[in-house]
Design a protein. Sequence first.
Lengths: 194, 194
Amino acid sequence: MAELSERQKQIIEAAIELISEKSIQGLTIKNLAKKIELTEGAIYRHFDSKVDILLTILFSFQDEAKKMLNDFCVADISALQLIENLFQHHFEYFAKKPAVASVIFSESIFQNDNRLVVEVLKILDLHEQALACIIKKGKQTNEIKSTIAEKELVRIIIGSIRYTVTKWRLSGYDFDLRKEGKLMLESIKELLKP
Amino acid sequence: MAELSERQKQIIEAAIELISEKSIQGLTIKNLAKKIELTEGAIYRHFDSKVDILLTILFSFQDEAKKMLNDFCVADISALQLIENLFQHHFEYFAKKPAVASVIFSESIFQNDNRLVVEVLKILDLHEQALACIIKKGKQTNEIKSTIAEKELVRIIIGSIRYTVTKWRLSGYDFDLRKEGKLMLESIKELLKP
DNA sequence: ACTCCATGTAAATGAATACTTACAAAATAC
DNA sequence: GTATTTTGTAAGTATTCATTTACATGGAGT
């Protein structure tokens, strides 16, 4: 992906803020222009289309995910600790940047544009792979029971996180996501025990 | 909820079909009118608004869920068997009626209308309660390990189902949902063992 | 000073959308 | 059989949205 100009960065940042504030539906060119005090036409000097903006947002999330997950599994830390870190990081992250959840969980809106779906799937895959690596390690060190296939464990863990976040969003953010995340983590750790 | 006229039933059915075919975005009054060979105005003889139509759809899903779940837990069947039934029914159901998943998973679209969110939450609650009842039973009969709180187990199980369905939808329905559901079920059963 | 290009604006365009209105016909009631 | 209500139609309206167009401006390079 090409480097972003300052203006492009500003637009992307504003777009993410808009999504945080009013969910994905709040992201319109008009709102975007208003937010950075430009005209709508000016936006099109920097991005070809709205889909382009969304793609750029997804790319930036991918980058963040890659940075976070890159040396997650190689570190010399126990698998259970790694899972704890993963949980903590994610719930912290979603609580701080609801826009990410809003975008990643908005698959239904993207279904008219396959490129967007593909990029969301890539983000999911990044997380699945990191988690799969951790689980493999945990099985080897006998921290994690080996009677359950990796693939299913990955889906169970990610599904649990997602559902917790979904309920948080639907409730209008009316509970403490970090606290609920901690409870979920403890339960998952208990479940994984051999 | 008032009884539905024949015409209303026809409209709701067509609406659900539209959602199945092109996801929630495909549900427009124009498409709906075309599908049942009426004019758009005629639709408004039977429903006040589009939100009204969506609410009616959600009510019908609620009814279905209630019927299905009502005597789910009281039956004289083992908890693990009940969970198996629940899984089988759900994956079967989603595979047959993708519209349901499309609506229930479209929370992001509903966020501009709180009534819709509330009704989606009710459907989720119905399922959570049924599952909570099963788990409680299973703990009593020692079929399910009692070291993990009910609430978390419920979220883990529903989260696993939802994530499996989400990946199925994003993949363009390109894997066998029932088969993956079966694998997930086996893993969950294994996890729940005391 | 002149040119050129990047960046901006204001206003339009065109398409989609939910919904309304004025009127007609058909079913129902009496 | 006539009046009334229900259900339909055709053609709007109003709004929202992404995107385009014609034109302006300001700065960089020569």
